[in-house]
Write a protein that binds this ligand. Structure first.
Ligand SMILES: C[S@@+](CC[C@H](N)C(=O)[O-])C[C@H]1O[C@@H](n2cnc3c(N)ncnc32)[C@H](O)[C@@H]1O
Length: 251
């Protein structure tokens, strides 16, 4: 029995029900997920992910570098880091949704990256991965979907090596006058309509938009990272605050 409520989009649901509802959203959109990302962001998500990969900065040579990409879905961040890194780079994608991972496995096989990118079904709140195993942990557009964010942050810290870096890309708070109204109009009208037209599912995309609005402001999320134990926490808003890139270290 759930003891407290959380937000599912703008709906209040028992904390324990949120994960099942989130899983339904991503099961429904998995096959069209990558196409929808391009359409919804006008391709901008690629530029934001490039900034994330530059921040992770995998070594170019043979030096071993182990990345864990949490809520990694269809493997987008994993493939980008694998392309940016050298022969020693290995990426583990952890996601709770088997349908998203299946799309990722097909992509890994098509690219001949089965040995470089491993995809595992795992809950970010309870990783079945050893302590201090990774040089870096990333999570892109995933943390807001996790019901207990503070638990997932502690798990990310646990699996990082000392000196390892956590990098989180997430939708944030638009603070630019004028842009905020335009962004609202786009989010609440265009995105659900695109979801209906392309993925046959307006409701899931309405959830995605609402969950963005409920996500904490960047200063608040930075404080949550510090509370979880990350050091040297910083963040960088991009595109007028549409997204923010947070970074913290295990020291
Ligand atoms: C918006 S997608 C992001 C996928 C990918 N990171 C990207 O940037 O394209 C969010 C992902 O979070 C995953 N997710 C939701 N709750 C999770 C949890 N508790 N643990 C692990 N993954 C979760 C979903 O299954 C989905 O694949």
């Amino acid at each position: 029995m759930a003891m407290s409520n959380t937000d599912f989009g703008f709906r209040q649901v028992p904390l324990d029900d949120k994960q099942a509802l989130v899983d339904g959203v991503f099961r429904s959109v998995a096959a069209r997920y990558d196409l929808m990302n391009d359409l919804m962001s006008g391709g901008l998500h690629r530029a934001w992910k490039d900034v994330m990969v530059n921040t992770v900065n995998p070594p170019k040579g043979e030096r071993p570098f182990a990345l864990l990409d949490l809520a990694g879905g269809t493997g987008d961040i994993a493939f980008r880091v694998a392309a940016a890194g050298g022969a020693g780079t290995r990426v583990t994608v952890a996601d709770i949704n088997a349908d998203m991972l299946d799309v990722g496995r097909t992509r890994a096989a098509e690219r001949g990256l089965d040995d470089v990118v491993t995809l595992v079904e795992a809950n970010a709140e309870a990783l079945t991965l050893p302590d201090r195993a990774f040089d870096a942990v990333t999570i892109a557009f995933g943390i807001r979907n996790v019901p207990r964010i503070e638990v997932a942050l502690k798990e990310a810290l646990r699996v990082l090596k000392l000196g390892g870096r956590f990098v989180c890309l997430e939708f944030s708070t638009v603070d630019v006058p004028g842009l905020d109204a335009l962004y609202d109009l786009y989010s609440f009208n265009v995105i659900p309509a695109l979801g209906r037209a392309v993925a046959g599912d307006a409701e899931s995309y309405r959830y995605l938009v609402e969950s963005i609005r409920r996500f904490p402001r960047p200063e608040t999320f930075a404080e949550m990272m510090r509370t979880a134990g990350f050091a040297r926490v910083s963040f960088q808003p991009m595109a007028g605050g549409i997204v923010a890139l947070h970074s913290g270290w295990r020291l």
